[in-house]
Design a binder for this molecule. Sequence first.
Ligand SMILES: *[C@@H]1O[C@H](CO)[C@@H](O)[C@H](O)[C@H]1NC(C)=O
Ligand SMILES: *[C@@H]1O[C@H](CO)[C@@H](O)[C@H](O)[C@H]1NC(C)=O
Ligand SMILES: *[C@@H]1O[C@H](CO)[C@@H](O)[C@H](O)[C@H]1NC(C)=O
Ligand SMILES: *[C@@H]1O[C@H](CO)[C@@H](O)[C@H](O)[C@H]1NC(C)=O
Ligand SMILES: *[C@@H]1O[C@H](CO)[C@@H](O)[C@H](O)[C@H]1NC(C)=O
Ligand SMILES: *[C@@H]1O[C@H](CO)[C@@H](O)[C@H](O)[C@H]1NC(C)=O
Ligand SMILES: *[C@@H]1O[C@H](CO)[C@@H](O)[C@H](O)[C@H]1NC(C)=O
Ligand SMILES: *[C@@H]1O[C@H](CO)[C@@H](O)[C@H](O)[C@H]1NC(C)=O
Ligand SMILES: *[C@@H]1O[C@H](CO)[C@@H](O)[C@H](O)[C@H]1NC(C)=O
Ligand SMILES: *[C@@H]1O[C@H](CO)[C@@H](O)[C@H](O)[C@H]1NC(C)=O
Ligand SMILES: *[C@@H]1O[C@H](CO)[C@@H](O)[C@H](O)[C@H]1NC(C)=O
Ligand SMILES: *[C@@H]1O[C@H](CO)[C@@H](O)[C@H](O)[C@H]1NC(C)=O
Length: 667
Amino acid sequence: MSRLFFLLVAALSSSFVSAVPYSEYILAPETRNLHPASVHKVNGTVTNVNSLIEPSEGSTTFYGNSSVTFDYGKNIAGVVSVTVANSSSPDALIGLTYTESSLWINGQASDATADAGLDEVLWLPVGKGPGTYTVERYHERGAFRYLSLVNNGTASIVVTSVVTNFTAAPLQNLREYAGYFHSNDELLNRIWYAGAYTNQICNIDPHWGNALVHLGTISSNMTISLPQTDTWYNNATITEGGSCVVDGAKRDRQVWPGDMSVALPSIFVSTNDLVSVQNSLNSLLALQNASTGQLPYAGYPFNELGIVSFTYHLYSLIGISYYYQYSGDLGYLQSVWHHFTFGLAWSLSYIDDSGMMNVTSAADWLRVGMGGHNIEANAILYYTLTQGISLATILNDTTSASSWATTASTLKVAANKALWNPTTNLYTDNETTTLSPQDGNAWAIKANLTLSPEQNQKISQALKARWGTYGAPAPEAGSPLTISPFIGSFELEAHLLASDPASALELIRRQWGFMLNDPRMTNSTFIEGFSADGSLHYAPYTNDPRVSHAHGWSTGPTSLMSFYIAGIRLEEAGGGTWRIAPQAGDLTEVAAGFSTALGWFENKMQASGGTNGTITEMRFSTPVGTTGSVSLPGVKGTLKGVDGESAVLVDGVAEGLKGGNWTLAIS
Ligand SMILES: *[C@@H]1O[C@H](CO)[C@@H](O)[C@H](O)[C@H]1NC(C)=O
Ligand SMILES: *[C@@H]1O[C@H](CO)[C@@H](O)[C@H](O)[C@H]1NC(C)=O
Ligand SMILES: *[C@@H]1O[C@H](CO)[C@@H](O)[C@H](O)[C@H]1NC(C)=O
Ligand SMILES: *[C@@H]1O[C@H](CO)[C@@H](O)[C@H](O)[C@H]1NC(C)=O
Ligand SMILES: *[C@@H]1O[C@H](CO)[C@@H](O)[C@H](O)[C@H]1NC(C)=O
Ligand SMILES: *[C@@H]1O[C@H](CO)[C@@H](O)[C@H](O)[C@H]1NC(C)=O
Ligand SMILES: *[C@@H]1O[C@H](CO)[C@@H](O)[C@H](O)[C@H]1NC(C)=O
Ligand SMILES: *[C@@H]1O[C@H](CO)[C@@H](O)[C@H](O)[C@H]1NC(C)=O
Ligand SMILES: *[C@@H]1O[C@H](CO)[C@@H](O)[C@H](O)[C@H]1NC(C)=O
Ligand SMILES: *[C@@H]1O[C@H](CO)[C@@H](O)[C@H](O)[C@H]1NC(C)=O
Ligand SMILES: *[C@@H]1O[C@H](CO)[C@@H](O)[C@H](O)[C@H]1NC(C)=O
Ligand SMILES: *[C@@H]1O[C@H](CO)[C@@H](O)[C@H](O)[C@H]1NC(C)=O
């Protein structure tokens, strides 16, 4: 092999090696064949159980009536195989039970996927002779931290290995991220990577979505006794393609557009797996009602219930906007534009003479009281209108752009007039209540339905005043008082948009820190909801073991820390124009990067600390051929480019910068 050829091969192959730093924080496994990480508990007589722990070697004997519970140390997913050397009876069985939280470890059942009861034990008939016994693929488990092996008979069973084939994120190289985040705060670093991993475990092969065999038949008031059978089948084909994004890993394993609105930006800054996003989005657009334009509450098969949701309908349209924003794929935007205009027209047909949309279906993220001139739904509509105006402008659809601009400005005036309460400094849920929701207030800031930066700050402070020990409550979600990391993700963005990064970081540490570190959690993925008193009861469900511990809608901190704390903002799709606008809060060191089709974006900075520190050092990279600006309030200095060009900060701002590498020189 010639030296030249060798160099060429080396250069080509190096471009496939993950270049992003800090990969030691990535929680996704190194291999797709996972052995148990540790033994959590042994019941009865089981000898040499450590032989099954990674690296697996030797054998373990289960004597009659015994069990072992393994702890993988983090949530994993997949198809379990048990290899048996011999057993003393042809009737010998090994039962498998799974649970995400340690609260539901049980030799007679797994944690739950239905509104009532628990999930069945999977029994492997290991008495048939030596060999490997594998769970059927339709019984793959989407998320579990604890796996129990149960010998419920009198036989002695010799087991030589327990392997889980990790089936999540089927088309990803699991540890080759396209983006990274690092700061001087280890908890925040772990939270960023746990959000990224949560979205990986919520990425599945679409042939193995939940078949929802009990849809509409098991209700929460039923009492179901053990043993349970036929509780779950993960064998419904839910989208086209080879991978897709679902709401939760264990449950529901369906495409939910609301959930995706938080997951999608966090997927973008970490794995950048937008193909899976597009497959999920397409499955929703394919279900658009051809005569009304209405989009489904969720994808197949849940859509078969025919439930209408005004907000989730809009989230599919927001999905189109986000997908275009991160991919820069104009061809895709053009190909789905008729879905967007048709869908938005459906929402606008519910605007009455008040100028606001009158919501006539209660379905939302399982909050209560969704109806009438609801602030959350109207703020999301306002947001969708402004996203639509930008997209229409790009597509030269001037008719839509100008008509939507008129509707949007009327809506903004009307909502502020009808729903703003200057006494509480919060919006009320609708005109006939004093309840001020978390969702509508966070969304009002995110959507720019608010009228001034001062109003944003007032809302931000009023929301903060309601925090409890475990995080930010959602009083609109019923009783007991609930913490929703989905709506909390929007609240975080509201504090950042109100220029209060310290509060956003404090809430991330308090709420997401609890969600990561509490021993009932998985130390790796984020739960879908819990109670304000810290109990793992989520008000919309009566069946606590049903709560999902890996929900993409809880991953807001991942994208928000990249976009707002590190401050790398894409102004145009794919980052053709950008803005570097970091807000360090109390951090002294932050670095983050991610890539788009145009290239690599990165910002590394140091800051003064305190509660709302200023930037003291900064270097950033943006792709050649792009342009952008820098915003560093309170900082005096000059930006120096690699080619000798420089730009003086005027009131902390520099505009018209060329893409490339820039360094801040403080003056
Ligand atoms: C082991 O025994 C404990 C205590 O009785 C029980 O809580 C646990 O569920 C048992 N584990 C299994 C897998 O049966
Ligand atoms: C073990 O569980 C299986 C499945 O429920 C059952 O058929 C079997 O009778 C049980 N064995 C004993 C000894 O209880
Ligand atoms: C794991 O599952 C995948 C998908 O079914 C399959 O292609 C692969 O061969 C399996 N790996 C092992 C080691 O069984
Ligand atoms: C149980 O719940 C179902 C569905 O919500 C309802 O139709 C039914 O009336 C309830 N039954 C009882 C006994 O409360
Ligand atoms: C799922 O698998 C079960 C068990 O084999 C089967 O009865 C059912 O028809 C399958 N459902 C689908 C949608 O393939
Ligand atoms: C108005 O909001 C309150 C509080 O959320 C709720 O109880 C009520 O049902 C809502 N009104 C309508 C028409 O939805
Ligand atoms: C919304 O529409 C429903 C159904 O037409 C109607 O009953 C209700 O009064 C309207 N709500 C408001 C606030 O106008
Ligand atoms: C919009 O119009 C401008 C000016 O005619 C043109 O350059 C651009 O390509 C058009 N954009 C699209 C998406 O057609
Ligand atoms: C938000 O709305 C105000 C008018 O209320 C407007 O001046 C401002 O430019 C808008 N902000 C953004 C980011 O669009
Ligand atoms: C934090 O500092 C920035 C820049 O000086 C300022 O715009 C913002 O209002 C401050 N936020 C708070 C909550 O003090
Ligand atoms: C949680 O996971 C981290 C790695 O992400 C590890 O360092 C830590 O020890 C784990 N904590 C517990 C209590 O297992
Ligand atoms: C920017 O810096 C990186 C290393 O940090 C380097 O790989 C890249 O070539 C530089 N880009 C330009 C345009 O100088």
